[in-house]
Design a protein around this ligand. Sequence first.
Ligand code: NDP
Length: 307
Amino acid sequence: MIVIATTVPKVQKWLEDAFRQYAPHDSYCLADSEQAQSATTAVSWFPNLDHLEKLPELKLIHSMAAGVEHLNLQRIGTQYKVCRVVDQLHQKGMFDYLQWGILYYQRFFDQAFRQKKQQQWRQYPQREHAELKIGIMGLGQMGGYMAKQFAALGYQVSGWSRSPKNIAHVSCYAGDEDFDTFLGQAEILINLLPLTENNQGILSKYLFDLLPEQACIINCGRGQHLVEQDLLNYLDSGRLRGAILDVFAKEPLVENHPLWQHEKVVITPHVASHAPWSVVVNQILENDQRVIQGQALLNQVDTLKGY
Ligand code: NDP
């Protein structure tokens, strides 16, 4: 039995709709129902842990998405197993989003939008893929996939992770000791890190100083990775060329936030990619069966590492 456990009303509705459509009706229940007492898995987005901890049969807390920072892993510890949802369509969706973002800068569409406002006819160069250096922070299911795909398209790709990686045609860097070298090569820096206590505010002045002149940022990790004021300062000074931001420390981004108005910032409302609801529901149903039978789980999270 799966219990829908979120404190966000909009997400509660999405999950109810998705389970109604894709799951057998007797396989899931609501948090305040009688059946929740027999729930073995909670599908969650900012869950009420006080409530979940009272469910006697609960074994698995399952994020409905790829990120798990909303679950409070420190509190969960090893009490429950934790899983998240990632699949190929999810990766492909992120690839489409990022490909658009890269081309936006590679083919100077940012400049085109500015010039149109001023009715200015000024041509810019056509940059080839092989000339462009892309840096990807995080080489996991998302970042690792993107690195392979963009390298296959002929871009110069480098990536950075915690532990060393070996990916064909990708320059792989790892750990603090490689951080500066990695950043020095990233004309377009893509953040696909999970949010952990080690990397909050990583997209800040220190990092921006290490990037090449006129570098661009694409943040698809989490809003808390970014120090917004540092970004604004570096855009205003001309040191950075632009930023595409999909995630924000506070979502929705508040009215009148300076990022809304900034001409060098593109904002998307946390839509870079999500797995189709059928995939989300099926993976959670599958993991519920697996946890009951004591089998290995799909996309299990290391709660001690935090991702
Ligand atoms: P994974 O857990 O598969 O990969 C995480 C990667 O980040 C790993 O390569 C890991 O290194 C690296 N990493 C973690 N912490 C550090 C650190 N302190 N220093 C250096 N590298 C680090 O996650 P995914 O790739 O599936 O997803 C990553 C994040 O992308 C999600 O947590 C979510 O926040 C975001 N996301 C956003 C979406 C959106 O629509 N905006 C959609 C999907 C995901 P190592 O391999 O060495 O462990």
